[in-house]
Design a protein around this ligand. Structure first.
Ligand code: TGC
Length: 395
C-alpha cells in the first residue's frame, strides 16, 4: 500500500486552517459523488452537466470570492482549494465555475451599476442564471487591444441606445448563458456591456469537434447590430484594465485548479502501479516507475506551495498580476507534464476513457492556452524581471 507521504509529502495541510480543510472536504465530497462517476461518459459525449449548476450554487461555489448579492464571501485560499477539487474531477467543470464567478460575476460586481448587480448577481450566485464573458475574438487572442467589436451610440445625449457589432470566439458557456459581458471598442475606449442573450442580434454557436474540454462549452458569438439601452454599459471602467482585472481572478483560480488535474492523474498512476503486476512484481517496484511517481509528487507539492503562497498574498491584498503569471505558467505547465507521465505508467490502458490522466492532459492543453498562453505569461514575467516589455509591435 502507498504510505502516508504519498498524498501530502511535505504536510502542506498543516499550513491550512480547519475551516479551509472543511471547505475542501465538502467540495471533494461533491466531486466524488456527483462528478467522478459520470465524467468519462460526459467527456465522451461532449456533455456539459447543466443539472449540477444549481448544486454548485447551493455549495456556495459561484462567485464564492465575492461579497453580498448572495455570494459566499470566502477567502482567496478557499476559492483556490475549491478550484483544485473541482478540477480533480474535470477541467471543464472548474472552467464553468471560473467563467461564471471569476469572469462574468466579477465584471458585474466590480464595475456594474447597482441595478446590474441587483438584477443579475443573486441569480448567478444560485446558478439559476448563467453568465459568460466575451473578450477574445477570431482575430484578437493574446492581443485583446486589437479587438474590432465596436459599440456606437444611436443618437445624441446620455440616453441614446448603444448598438453593438462584431464577433467573439472561444467564449465559455455562451450558448446556454442568460447574460453576456461583452467588451467592445467605443469612441472613448474599450467598454464592457451587459447583454441579455435574448437580445435580437445576439447569437452563440458552440465550437464542436474539440479534443479537449469536452465537458464544457466554448462558442462563437455573433453580434449583429445588438441594440442595448444606454445603461447597459458597465459604468465604472474604461480600457483594458476592466477585462484584465477579471482575467486576474480567473488566472488565479487556474493556478490552483490545474494541480487538481495533476493530483488526480498522479493518484490514478500510483494506485495502478501498486496493483498492476509485470515480471512477477507490481510495476511500482521498478525503479523507472518510482522515478516517474517521485517526479510527479515533487511537482504537485511544489505547485501547491506556489498556489498557497499566491493565495495568502491575495488574501493580504498584496498579490500582483505578475505573480499570478508565475503560478499560472508553472502550475499548468507542470500539471500537463504530470498527466502525460501518469499516462505512461498506465501503459495501453492509459489511452482509454476508463482512466483520467489523458483526459486531464487533453483538457489542460486548453487551460494552458486560455487566460493567457504560456508564452504571454513568460513575457509578463520577462517584463517584470527586466523592466522591458517585449510584446509591443516591432518597428
Ligand atoms: P496594455 O495594452 O499596455 O495595457 C492595457 C491596460 O491594462 C492594464 N493591465 C492590467 N490591469 C490589471 N491586471 C492585469 N493583469 C493587467 N495587464 C494589463 C495596463 O496597466 C493598462 O492600463 P492603462 O490604465 O495603462 O491603460 O497591455 P499590456 O502591455 O499591459 O499587456 C500585454 C499583454 C500581452 C500582457 C496582455 O495583452 C495580455 O495579458 N494578453 C493575454 C490576453 C488573454 O489572457 N486573453 C484570454 C482571454 S479569455 C477569453 O476571452 C475567453 S473568456 C474564457 C471563457 O469564456 O472560457
Amino acid at each position: 500500500p502507498a504510505t502516508g507521504l504519498a498524498h501530502d509529502y511535505l504536510d502542506i495541510d498543516s499550513l491550512l486552517t480547519p475551516d479551509e480543510i472543511a471547505l475542501r472536504a465538502r467540495v471533494r465530497g461533491f466531486v466524488d459523488e456527483r462528478i467522478r462517476p459520470h465524467v468519462a461518459e460526459w467527456f465522451e459525449a461532449a456533455h456539459f452537466p447543466r443539472e449540477l449548476v444549481t448544486e454548485m450554487g447551493s455549495l456556495g461555489l459561484l462567485g464564492m470570492h465575492l461579497h453580498g448579492y448572495g455570494c459566499a464571501g470566502r477567502s482567496a485560499v478557499d476559492y483556490g482549494l475549491a478550484a483544485l477539487e473541482l478540477e480533480a474531477g474535470d477541467s471543464g467543470i472548474r472552467t464553468f465555475v471560473s467563467v461564471q464567478g471569476s469572469l462574468a460575476m466579477s465584471a458585474i460586481h466590480r464595475f456594474g451599476s447597482d441595478e446590474h448587480k441587483q438584477h443579475w448577481l443573486p441569480g448567478m450566485a444560485t446558478g439559476e442564471l448563467i453568465g459568460c464573458f466575451g473578450l477574445t475574438e477570431p482575430g484578437a487572442g493574446s492581443d485583446p487591444g486589437s479587438m474590432t467589436t465596436h459599440a456606437v451610440r444611436d443618437g445624441d445625449g446620455p440616453q441614446a441606445d448603444w448598438v453593438l457589432t462584431g464577433a467573439k470566439r472561444w467564449i465559455g458557456l455562451a450558448s446556454i448563458a442568460d447574460v453576456a459581458v461583452i467588451w467592445a471598442r467605443t469612441a472613448h475606449g474599450i467598454r464592457g456591456f451587459v447583454v441579455p442573450t435574448d437580445t435580437p442580434g445576439f447569437s452563440a454557436t458552440p465550437i464542436t469537434a474539440k479534443l479537449s474540454m469536452r465537458t464544457s462549452i466554448q462558442c462563437d458569438i455573433a453580434l449583429d447590430g445588438v441594440r442595448l439601452p444606454a445603461d447597459a454599459v458597465l459604468p465604472d471602467v474604461t480600457g483594458l484594465t476592466g477585462p484584465f482585472s477579471c482575467l486576474n481572478e480567473a488566472r488565479y483560480g487556474i493556478l490552483w485548479g490545474a494541480l487538481g488535474a495533476a493530483r488526480d492523474a498522479y493518484e490514478t498512476a500510483l494506485a495502478y502501479a501498486l496493483e498492476r503486476r509485470q515480471f512477477a512484481e507490481p510495476i511500482a517496484a521498478f525503479q523507472l516507475t518510482q522515478q516517474k511517481l517521485v517526479d510527479m509528487a515533487l511537482e504537485i507539492q511544489k505547485g501547491q506551495l506556489v498556489a498557497l503562497q499566491t493565495g495568502r498574498l491575495k488574501d493580504a491584498g498584496r498579490l500582483r498580476p505578475e505573480q499570478i503569471s508565475f503560478g499560472k505558467l508553472n502550475n499548468v505547465r507542470e500539471a500537463i507534464a504530470v498527466c502525460h507521465q501518469a499516462r505512461t505508467v498506465l501503459g495501453g490502458n492509459g489511452i482509454t476513457g476508463e482512466y483520467s490522466p489523458l483526459r486531464h492532459a487533453n483538457n489542460l492543453e486548453s487551460v494552458r492556452t486560455y487566460e493567457g498562453t504560456d508564452e504571454i505569461h513568460t513575457l509578463i514575467m520577462g517584463r517584470a524581471l527586466t523592466g522591458i516589455p517585449s510584446f509591443q509591435a516591432r518597428r
